[in-house]
Write a protein that binds this ligand. Sequence first.
Ligand code: FES
Ligand code: FES
Length: 141
Amino acid sequence: IGARRAYHEKVIDHYERPRNVGSLPKTDTDVGTGLVGAPACGDVMKLQIRVDPTSNKISDVKFKTFGCGSAIASSSYLTELVRGMTLEDAGKIRNTQIAKELCLPPVKLHCSMLAEDAIKSAIRDYQNKNPGRKPTLGPDA
Ligand code: FES
Ligand code: FES
């Protein structure tokens, strides 16, 4: 077991081949943008979703993460997870689910929290832009 094993292989895979890196046009009305920071370390994550208004499902998703390997892996995995999901389901994703999939150690839990915050923030942004659609997150979400 070498130093490389400090990170789980799934983290390394997502870190070396991150999925869905990029940006969507922020001003499109069907695009929601989430931009969040981790107070613990100052890392920043931008996550964008495009939503199909008829099905309320996420049709496209992109991210950019300025942060550690676990944050990049968490956002990369998250983009794979939410593609095709309804906003309702995507809003229910918990960081513990991401941390479990990637086998993140406790000290890296906040990196997966960044991903949970980012998808919630993107959903909120989409809903603010499309106020006619029924809210899918609670008032305190
Ligand atoms: Fe430095 Fe996250 S604390 S990259
Ligand atoms: Fe801060 Fe990973 S160390 S997001």
